[in-house]
Design a protein around this ligand. Structure first.
Ligand code: G6Q
Length: 528
């Protein structure tokens, strides 16, 4: 029997009606201190404040009913137990388990389901290999620098999380990321490096991504030119049996598996090698612990604790019922400067889908556009549109009570950290309540929703929990919309056409077979 469409779920119509008259946050009696307290949930060291969203108790109750009707929690349970959730019924599809949770299911309450336990065992083997690798690097002092080559899911997560923990860098270590096939990316990364003391990790799940292969060959050539043997400096992270699973070419081969999606791979060796090298093995383990704790929370039936489910429900409310097309992710934390880019991929590649899991074209809007920059910088650039523009942009804020370095300065009676937090809280309030003014240019309409994930400090553990929060939030959205959040067919067409153009560059005679591409290529000759 076919699953009902999202729009056929019993609570859908009720939510549509409720969305016609959401709470007016500009009413002075609406956003009270009591409301802020009531609409707060907490787990894994985070307070989740959503009193500034356009929801009331009735809306929340109905959203939870919607999640129940969509079997969201059962689907999360099935996913973490190794069930085949990456599937489109009635059509050929990837038909796989989705078990990034197994990569960190190494601690308390491990999954007992057979496939999940077997996956966790495989992951453990790689974690043990990483431990030895980190030990050797520490004791031989062989490498100071690591060049990490990879793209998409093999780059964004490791890069964002490396930046997030840079304050913990081991003395003398540094990581340089190369993703773009633009030759300037590699040239800039290698500039000034002592290659004799440099390790290169090539990360590609498939081992066949052209950008990554091209960059690897470029880097290998530079090592050869410097009189060094690349196989003593290069390590790979890839699937068993891929072209990069080759001990002749690599000092070490780490493995991932088809049940870890690229954008969900940060807690596998895709992120592990980079984070372990940079910060030490123990830091990586703490990161895994944090992610695992949030994995457990995502299975909880307690709506006041299950932050990923709560985040997803607010997302579904804003997207499907209030019809807001984008969501800004604004961390008030410089360490999370690249986080929006990573979560942008996690959300947009997962939920940018136009069919549901039954293969039917959807009659509702799926994943929002995700974008963002760190606050307070963002306040001095695009916040004008957020406060007074004609589109309403919901915001997901992230903030921390304490800084990472623990160093600060008092200026005009307050610390920088206090100023940072004041700005964060003020924005959430100002966006919600607005401010009336007779001068329309100074009038703020308010009712611009946001919620805030507030933690004590950004540490390896809270960072792991944050990552898993977003991964599961995105998965819950997909479960509720009834779409497959785990494939990415949408990126294939562009890749295929790019290859046809690459073939035309290699053999200009082929241009005749691809006149449209040739028309673009011909313009190169017109550039002066
Ligand atoms: C992520 C995507 C995609 C992928 C890259 C790199 O979920 O599948 O971003 O990670 O295309 O792929 P490889 O790791 O196979 O090189």
């Amino acid at each position: 029997m076919e699953a009902p469409r999202f729009t056929e779920l019993p609570s859908y119509e009720r939510l549509k009606q409720l969305a016609a008259h959401p709470i007016d946050l500009t009413d002075p009696s609406a956003l009270t201190p009591e409301r802020v307290k009531t609409f707060t949930a907490h787990a894994c060291g985070y307070q989740f404040l959503y009193g500034t969203e356009r929801v009331d108790a009735k809306v929340m109750e109905t959203l939870f009913a919607l999640a129940k009707e969509a079997h969201a929690l059962e689907k999360m349970g099935k996913m973490q137990a190794g069930g085949v959730v990456n599937v489109i019924h009635h059509f050929p599809s990837e038909e796989r388990s989705v078990l990034h949770t197994a990569t960190r299911d190494q601690f308390d309450h491990p999954q007992t389901a057979k496939s999940a336990a077997a996956a966790a065992q495989l992951a453990k083997h790689e974690i043990d290999k990483l431990k030895s690798f980190c030990h050797v690097v520490n004791h031989t002092k062989k490498f100071n620098d690591l060049v990490a080559i990879g793209i998409g899911g093999s780059d964004l997560g490791p890069r964002a999380h490396y930046i997030a923990l840079e304050h913990l860098l081991k003395p003398g270590r540094k990581v340089h990321f190369v993703s773009n096939v633009d030759p300037d990316d590699m040239a800039a990364a290698l500039k000034g490096l002592d290659l004799a003391k440099t390790c290169v990790v090539v990360v590609s799940k498939t081992g066949t991504t052209l950008e990554t292969q091209s960059n690897e060959e470029y880097a290998r050539q530079r090592f050869v030119e410097a009189g060094l043997k690349p196989q003593r400096h290069f390590i790979s992270v890839s699937m068993k049996g891929s072209p990069m699973d080759d001990p002749q070419r690599y000092l070490e081969c780490f493995y991932i598996w088809d049940w870890v999606g690229g954008r969900y791979s940060t807690t596998s060796m895709v992120g592990g090698v980079t984070l372990g090298f940079a910060f030490g093995f123990e830091v990586f383990v703490d990161f895994l612990k944090g992610a695992h704790a949030m994995d457990r929370v995502a299975l909880s039936e307690n709506g006041n604790e299950n932050l990923p489910l709560l985040g997803a429900l607010l997302s579904v409310w804003n997207r499907s019922f209030l019809k807001y097309p984008t969501l800004a992710l604004i961390p008030y934390s410089q360490a999370l400067a690249r986080y929006p880019a990573h979560i942008q991929q996690v959300e947009m590649e997962s939920n940018g889908k136009h069919i549901d899991q039954e293969g039917r074209f959807v009659d509702f809007s799926t994943g929002p556009v995700i974008w963002g920059e760190p606050g307070t910088n963002a306040q001095h650039s695009f916040y004008q549109l957020i406060h007074q523009g004609t589109d309403i942009i919901p915001i997901e804020f992230i903030g921390f009570a304490e800084s990472q370095y623990g160093e600060d300065h008092t200026f005009k009676g307050t610390t920088l950290q206090q100023k940072l937090l004041s700005n964060l809280f003020a924005q959430a309030i100002a966006l919600a309540t607005g401010q009336k003014n007779e001068n329309p240019d100074k009038d703020f309409r308010g009712n611009r929703p946001s919620h805030l994930l507030l933690g004590k400090q950004l540490t390896p553990t809270t960072l792991g929990a944050l990552l898993a929060y977003f991964e599961h939030k995105v998965a819950f959205e997909g479960f509720i919309w009834g779409i497959n959040s785990f494939d990415q067919e949408g990126v294939q067409l562009g890749k295929v056409l790019a290859q046809r153009l690459i073939d035309c560059f290699a053999d200009p005679h082929k241009k005749a077979q691809y006149p449209l591409g040739a028309a673009f290529m011909d313009q190169l000759g017109e550039v002066t």
